[in-house]
Write a protein that binds this ligand. Structure first.
Ligand code: DI6
Ligand code: FE
Length: 394
């Protein structure tokens, strides 16, 4: 199939946004065979020709950090925080993550799928083709596994690629002690989930209200033993050196990073660890300290942008809005925001076959009713998607 009369962005060239004004994409066997300016199109029989009507075609978007599988909501906590309570105070009072754990444990796998589908559909409606989904609201083996099975089922029910992360080290369940939980529940649950093929990566929450670097390191030891890549919620509310730990373990990504210092940035640059910035959580918690975007740029650390869709700190199901916030709140350029939701997001998930319009990549594309790629990050609460093309199929 040949897509023609398209503006292209997200090609691996030096143009702003990786752009081509009058382009074409040749698709063979669900992969991109060729992409570039129409005048350079190689001769031959290209099969079915589809006119894109001059629309912008980008790589399909990738949401590389979500918690879309969960039970319940936290609207009451939202009201509490508006009255002045902080995120940590709510957590210590038995609200926060632990309250979502109660709601999630009360649901079976089917109910978790039903609850997550509208959130997934909202992402898909904005041209998303890959969604990372974390566990972490079960904190017992049965519920962690149910969350991950629900995540896998989402990928069967919709034309979307689901990548799972085991996040057993997300919070200390009420009535437990952190070390005992890590060794007695989290690590056995990880082994059980891995044995069932449910785990693509291992994540953790390294924070004063969650787990110490030493505790996370024990979970990462098991990930290494099982041959699983790691990533980490690090430096969101304080600097415990989580990003350095993640980098030392060759992590795919370290996420949040508001309190990251230069030593952590250097360690990430050295290890090739992607910085996933999550402006939805920054906005929701009314944080004032920004992630060190300039430092990350200066050290050449790739930055991904994601929704962090979760019921507490980022009840957001719009990756386009996350891109807008990354620009307005964190001063990314629209080009950086687009790369952050495509090529760098792919890298944060360890995927090498998507996020870029280039030969050999999967033909997962988004077609937009916009004139310029900067419009994707510029608009607020408007969805300009015309169509998704997945595996070359419109
Ligand atoms: N950081 C976050 O932003 C989410 N998890 C985490 O470790 C928030 C989870 C929640 O508040 O439910
Ligand atoms: Fe998160």
């Amino acid at each position: 199939m040949l897509l023609t009369n398209a503006r292209l962005c997200g090609l691996p060239n030096g143009a702003p946004h990786g752009g081509v004004e009058d382009g074409a994409i040749l698709i063979e066997d669900a992969r991109i065979a060729w992409a570039g300016g129409r005048e350079d199109l190689p001769d031959g029989d290209h099969g079915e020709v589809r006119d894109m009507g001059g629309r912008l075609v980008s790589p399909a978007l990738i949401d590389c950090h979500t918690h879309i599988v969960h039970g319940g909501d936290r609207a009451a906590e939202f009201e509490m925080r508006l009255q002045g309570a902080t995120y940590e105070e709510v957590a210590r009072a038995g609200g926060g993550i632990v309250s979502t754990v109660r709601a999630t444990r009360a649901m079976d796998e089917d109910a978790l799928v039903v609850a997550a589908l509208p959130r997934l559909d909202a992402l898909i409606a904005e041209g998303v083709a890959v969604v990372e989904v974390k566990s972490g609201y079960g904190l017992d083996t049965d519920t962690e596994l149910a969350m991950l099975r629900a995540a896998r089922r989402l990928g069967e029910l919709r034309e979307v690629r689901i990548v799972t992360s085991f996040l057993g080290a997300h919070a200390v369940p009420q009535g437990s002690e952190a070390d005992a939980y890590i060794d007695g529940v989290c690590i056995p649950a990880l082994r059980a989930a891995h044995a069932e093929g449910l785990v693509d990566a291992v994540d953790g929450f390294c924070e004063g209200i969650a787990f110490s670097p030493a505790q996370i390191a024990r979970v990462f030891d098991v990930a290494a033993e099982l041959g699983l890549p790691v990533k980490l919620h690090a430096e969101q509310l304080s600097d415990l050196g989580g990003a350095k730990l993640a980098a030392a373990r060759g992590a795919l990504s370290a996420d949040h990073l508001e309190y990251l210092g230069e030593d952590g940035v250097e360690a990430m640059a050295e290890a090739g660890t992607v910085a996933v910035i999550l402006p939805g959580a920054f906005y929701t918690l009314r944080e004032t300290r920004m992630p060190p975007v300039d430092l990350l740029c200066r050290h050449g650390v790739p930055m991904a942008v994601a929704t962090d869709c979760n019921p507490g700190s980022s009840p957001m199901t719009s990756l386009l809005l996350a891109m807008n916030m990354a620009c307005t709140l964190f001063r990314l350029t629209p080009e950086e925001a687009l790369f952050g939701a495509t090529r760098h997001a792919a890298r944060a998930l360890g995927l090498r076959d998507c996020g870029l319009i280039a030969p050999g990549m999967r033909a997962d594309l988004a077609v937009w009713n916009v004139a310029h790629p900067a419009e994707l990050a510029y608009r607020i609460g408007f969805n300009p998607l015309h169509a998704r093309i997945i595996g070359g199929r419109p």
